[in-house]
Design a protein around this ligand. Structure first.
Ligand code: AMP
Length: 596
């Protein structure tokens, strides 16, 4: 096991202190031994006839019940505004939305995409669509027109919820390339900014709609959410999630995030990505807690102020954000008090031990890393409130989750029992939030499984105490600021530029963002490499892909290394960039080999 303890810090943080609130997972072993998903399911209300609907659990149950007056969302506007939306209010508004889309002709199983900043309309739309049995597919609002059009076409989006500004900049230019898109519903229109031609004024539709709606009795295995994720090759993959996932959102909210009824919970992830959907909307609402939603972008001073002023008790954030806070300096945090805070967790990328300890120094609480991915739909492996932390480790499997380290051999897998051996992380299939397919790509889905094991594509080690340690990805996918980026999507956008003959894209290590996107391009005859063309290509990629996905750096190269079968060898580009050994180059085209 690597020596991960920063100098003079112990390699284990013991949890022997008395807890202010009794942790749900105090006796982990006993709970793991007796846990059954069917018992977790019985903790939810359910619908008649064995039906299950995420929105019924997240909002209807509380909105019509004892928590109707309890704040569901405390919304902090970028301009300083603050709104409290109770469960009762969220219930009525989401019912209005369900009625509005049904009046437009949307039907159960249709797909509705959401492209919006973190404004109340986004939360109302997601919950309202789920109530109506309409499938929700979130898009990240920093995406450019290209990733939006690609995903809406793959998903066959019939409706889109957005704002007038985002729609005008990102969807209008490509709308005629999305033939399935019939209904565009825009928030914040009216007054001086009427809805543009071909779009509806969402607020006006909501005003006219009834706030009474009977949630559709969806089957547990009926599609609820479509989350796009990236692979090494080809187009993004639409991971299909079903209503039954809510059982896992409930159980992980309990055991990984330790949510209690009085908590004020802040998940900083954007609902355009899976974390912001599973834990920035569903899990906290299912638990009936108050969730903070901040519309604004990252700002250290603002974040500390929110933690203090909103008396956040449980905070779920990401390594890049933690590293940005660390970079901003401890002096800012010293001006605030975090009396309410009792648990901090993080996900999305490796959390360095320094960051775990930084939490201890600044908040008096270590940061608890946990692991999951789009396909798992919910947290699988976690450092939890009552268990010892080994800084640098992702923690232990949660109740109901069976994890393994495996090695692939000739299409089969072997489970590795010995500790500290590197292999791929595999999970025994069968937890409720497991993805049920890649949309229209059964073959790709099947390739993720060997027998009843789901292969995650992440390389890990497990130590003698059962803690899992992240080693790296088994593929070329890039993680930048917690966002998964497929190199192929970036290469394709670059190759649309007339000057580009070929492009290869890698993730380059970055101390704050984890990785940044770097592209290597070779030019067509008649074009000359230079600063002007580099700037033009960077701008071209940014306009098409948006700032999150576009490369930050472009290098010109005469030719890209390819295998004999013609695939760009990104692994080699990366090794050369970082000055690392090139490894096995036997499949490289002969004239690309470097002299030894
Ligand atoms: P996504 O599907 O976008 O949520 O990305 C999932 C991927 O992010 C995982 O397969 C890992 O490669 C990475 N990841 C998520 N959580 C962690 C973590 N705690 N430590 C290291 N990598 C992580």
């Amino acid at each position: 096991m690597p020596d991960v303890a920063p100098s003079n810090r112990p390699s284990r943080i013991s949890k022997t202190a008395a807890f202010l609130v009794r942790p749900h997972l105090l006796d982990r072993q006993a709970i793991c031994d007796t846990f059954r998903w069917s018992d977790a399911r019985r903790q939810l209300a359910g619908l008649p006839g064995g039906a299950l609907n995420i929105a019924a659990e997240a909002v209807e149950r509380h909105g019509r019940g004892a928590r109707a007056e309890h704040p569901a969302i405390v919304w902090l506007g970028a301009d300083g505004g603050r709104q409290t939306i109770t469960y009762g209010e969220l219930q009525r508004r989401s019912s209005r939305f369900a009625n509005a889309i049904i009046a437009l002709g949307l039907q159960r199983g249709d797909r509705l995409f959401v492209l919006a900043p973190r404004i109340p309309a986004l939360y109302v739309a997601v919950l309202g669509a789920l109530k109506a049995g309409v499938v929700v597919s979130p898009l990240f609002s920093a995406f450019g027109p290209e990733p939006i059009a690609t995903r809406m076409n793959l998903g066959g989006g019939r409706a889109l919820v957005s704002t007038a500004a985002l729609y005008a900049r990102k969807v209008a230019p490509v709308r005629e390339r999305i033939p399935t898109l019939e209904h565009v519903l825009l928030a914040g229109c009216g007054g001086d900014t009427p809805a543009p031609a071909g779009a509806h004024d969402l607020d006006a539709l909501l005003q006219r709609a009834s706030d009474e709606f009977a949630t559709v009795a969806t089957a547990p295995d009926e599609m609820a959410l479509l989350h796009f994720t990236s692979g090494t090759t080809g187009k993004p993959k639409g991971a299909v999630h079903v209503h039954e996932a809510v059982v896992a959102h409930y159980a992980t909210g309990l055991y990984a995030l330790d949510l209690h009824a009085d908590d004020v919970f802040w998940c900083t992830a954007d609902p355009g990505w899976v974390t912001g959907m599973s834990y920035g909307i569903i899990a906290p609402l299912v638990h009936g807690v108050t969730m903070v939603v901040d519309e604004a972008e990252f700002d250290p001073e603002r974040w500390y102020r929110i933690l203090q002023d909103e008396r956040v008790t449980v905070w779920y954030t990401a390594p890049t954000a933690v590293r940005m806070l660390m970079k901003a300096g401890a002096g800012i945090a010293d001006r605030y008090r975090f009396d309410g805070l009792r648990f901090i967790a993080s996900v999305g990328e490796p959390l360095n031990p320094q960051a775990v300890w930084w939490g201890q120094d600044v908040f008096g609480l270590p940061i608890h890393d946990n692991w999951w991915q789009t396909e798992t739909g919910g947290i699988m492996i976690a450092n939890t409130v009552a268990q010892d932390i080994k800084p640098g480790s992702m923690g232990l499997p949660l109740p109901g989750i069976e994890a393994f380290v495996v090695q692939r051999r000739d299409g089969e897998v072997e489970i590795v029992d010995a500790p500290d051996v590197e292999g791929e992380l595999a999970l025994r299939a069968g937890w409720p939030s497991m993805f049920r397919g890649y949309l229209n790509d059964d073959e790709r889905y099947r390739r993720c499984f060997v027998r009843d094991l789901y292969l995650t594509g992440d390389l890990v080690k497990r130590d003698a105490d059962g803690y899992y340690w992240f080693v790296g990805r088994a593929d070329d996918v890039i993680k930048s600021a917690g966002h998964l980026i497929g190199p192929f999507e970036v290469e394709s956008a670059l190759m649309e530029h007339p000057a580009v003959a070929e492009a290869g894209v890698i993730g380059k290590p970055d101390p704050v963002l984890g990785e940044t996107v770097k592209a290597f391009v070779s030019l067509k005859g008649g074009y000359t490499a230079g600063e002007e063309l580099r700037r033009e290509l960077l701008g071209h990629a940014r306009r098409r892909l948006g700032p999150t996905v576009a490369p930050k750096e472009i290098d010109f190269t005469a030719k890209l290394p390819r295998t004999r079968s013609g695939k760009i060898m990104r692994r080699l580009l990366k090794a050369r960039e970082l000055g690392l050994p090139e490894g096995d180059t036997s499949t490289l085209e002969a004239d690309d080999r470097q002299p030894q």
